[in-house]
Design a protein around this ligand. Structure first.
Ligand SMILES: [Ca+2]
Length: 315
């Protein structure tokens, strides 16, 4: 989803550092972080040295988050510095994803079944937001295999880990412990990436804490992608705050509920310019879908799946 706008390596490569330079950086950093990760098989562990979240906690409290809540959250045993989520970040290769897998008969049959099971919610979204059920279903198929692959990492850990790299000391500790003698990348290059990424992650972490507080959800209850996207629709927290809706009208926006996810996707696309029948105009439809995920491979796959679903639907 939009998640991937700011978080995947495709957009990383589009950064001002220059595509080639960042690709080199990504590959080298990934390669060495991955090797280090494989060497001891540990994913979430404290950084060597001082508490990696110390500065982050102070910053959150200074920015108005409740001190006892922040201290309590970061003292929980499941909270850990997920250095492998950093390496996975570099592993992600948008162009290498096989989108054809979503066009197999088996995938399309499952999607067709989903259209039937969630017909009511999909029809309501179509009438309120003008987004065809086939488009919403195609997005849910590609994002999370219809809600069956929603990520294994605690969203809180993923965002906290990336945000912690904004602190010079934590970043330095990470460099010293895991990259300095192994990575074929300069400290300056790593610093530049970490500064940009951590700023994004801090903003998303704040949005995540605001969302969980407003909806009375446990911040440690949600798992998501290595990029901090959550739920069936894979929204990043700032998009959750802005575009998510309570589709099943139970008083809580929970993107692990299908009806909430369906309506949230439809609202998101509507707010970004989707109109009824837009899927028949490929170029205009692509422009809106690219707001959801910046990859043209992705947007193209969504339209192909939706098109196939519409055809089988009419038969
Ligand atoms: Ca709900």
């Amino acid at each position: 989803m939009e998640t991937n706008l700011e978080t995947n390596s495709t957009s990383l490569f589009r950064s001002s550092f220059g595509r080639a330079a960042m690709r080199f950086l990504a590959i080298t950093v990934f390669g060495f972080v991955w090797l280090v990760g494989c060497a001891d098989g540990v994913s979430g562990e404290p950084l060597k040295g001082p508490d990696p979240f110390a500065a982050l906690k102070t910053r959150l409290i200074r920015d108005g988050f409740d001190r006892p809540l922040i201290r309590s959250l970061y003292s929980k045993p499941e909270v850990a510095f997920e250095r492998q989520s950093i390496s996975t970040y570099f592993l992600h290769r948008e162009a290498a994803l096989n989108y054809d897998q979503f066009l197999t008969r088996s995938s399309l049959d499952k999607a067709k079944d989903y259209l039937g099971r969630h017909q009511k919610a999909l029809e309501r979204s179509q009438s309120v937001y003008g987004v065809e059920g086939e488009i919403v279903t195609a997005i849910i198929l590609v994002e999370t295999r219809l809600g069956t692959f929603i990520g294994k990492r605690l969203v809180f850990n993923t965002l906290s880990t990336l945000a912690a790299l904004g602190d010079k000391d934590s970043r330095g500790s990470f460099w010293e412990a895991y990259l300095k003698d192994k990575a074929d990348v300069s400290k300056k290059q790593f610093d530049a990436w970490a500064a940009r990424k951590s700023a994004w992650a801090y903003s998303e972490l704040k949005a995540y804490l605001e969302y969980t507080k407003a909806q009375e959800l446990d911040p440690l209850s949600m798992r998501g992608s290595f990029a901090g996207a959550l739920g069936i629709a894979q929204f990043i927290p700032s998009s959750v705050l802005q575009f998510a809706r309570d589709g099943n009208q139970d008083g809580q926006i929970n993107l692990f509920d299908h009806e909430d996810a369906i309506e949230s996707i439809a609202n998101y696309l509507n707010q970004h310019g989707w109109k009824p029948g837009l899927s028949r105009n490929r170029n205009e439809a692509l422009q809106v879908l690219l707001r959801y995920n910046q990859s043209t491979y992705y947007a193209d796959a969504i339209l192909k799946v939706a098109n196939r679903l519409s055809k089988t639907h009419q038969q």
